[in-house]
Design a binder for this molecule. Structure first.
Ligand code: SF4
Ligand code: FES
Length: 231
């Protein structure tokens, strides 16, 4: 298997370049992350993020053969040779495959990703009926890997003003939560030509999400909520 890996160290002042590596079949990596770890054993200067190795922490999202994926749950057998690995698009590169996620998290924070409920705190927990809890399915599973927002041209062009698919999916998650008491305020904050309406339904987000989520659908639901309250 041949690999072409994006290398860049801003401290050297040298331009980015693609470094070639080769892994023999008898080394038997199964997932892309295993291959990256084998490569790092040969060249420890290669920088990338990874932690859980099972699609839970969201730290190893990369652009592989032109598509954003999580390295740990991407079987090498799904990839055509040579395998070209680049950092997530649209974010500043810190080094090699490591990007600065600050613009992504900044937008995530703006949607106030926590439950707001002014009722006195219950002794055990704020209960929900199974039906109400079910409305959160497809929303709460997001692992904040950033694959969707960094596959979105609207986010590349307006990372400061468009919230991006991941933050909007989370906005929907709290709008849908029957225990939250800030629906009106949350919708007010989203009613903006950039924050929400900069989505042009390109659908890259749903295409690349490694958890099978559909931020594009969430954006449509928020638009409907805003339209309904205008009537
Ligand atoms: S919606 Fe999917 S792709 Fe986007 S951050 Fe969450 S898990 Fe990653
Ligand atoms: S290493 Fe945690 S999601 Fe891949």
């Amino acid at each position: 298997m041949r690999f072409r890996i994006y290398r860049y160290d801003p401290e050297t002042g040298a331009p980015p370049w693609l470094q070639e590596f080769h892994i023999d079949a008898d080394e038997h990596p199964v997932m892309l992350l295993e291959a990256l770890l084998l490569i790092k054993a040969r060249d420890e200067s290669l920088a990338f993020r990874a932690s859980c190795r099972e699609g839970v922490c969201g730290s190893d999202a990369l652009n592989v053969n032109g598509r954003n994926r999580l390295a740990c749950i991407t079987p090498l057998s799904d990839l055509s040779d040579p395998i070209e690995i680049r950092p997530l698009p649209g974010l500043p590169v810190i080094r090699d495959l490591v990007v600065d996620m600050t613009p992504f998290y900044r937008q995530y924070r703006t949607i106030r990703p926590w439950l707001i409920n002014d009722d006195p705190e219950p002794e055990i927990e704020r209960f929900q009926s199974p039906e109400n809890r079910a409305t959160l399915n497809g929303l709460y599973e997001c692992i904040l890997c950033g694959a969707c927002s960094t596959a979105c041209p609207s986010f590349w062009w307006n990372p400061e003003r468009f919230l991006g698919p991941a933050a909007l999916l989370q906005a929907h998650r709290f709008l849908a939560d029957t225990r939250d008491q800030r629906t009106g305020e949350r919708l007010d904050a989203l009613e903006d030509p950039y924050r929400l309406y900069r989505c042009h339904t390109i659908m890259n987000c749903a295409e690349v999400c490694p958890k099978g989520l559909n931020p594009s659908r969430s954006i449509a639901v928020i638009r409907q909520m805003l339209a309904k309250r205008r009537i």
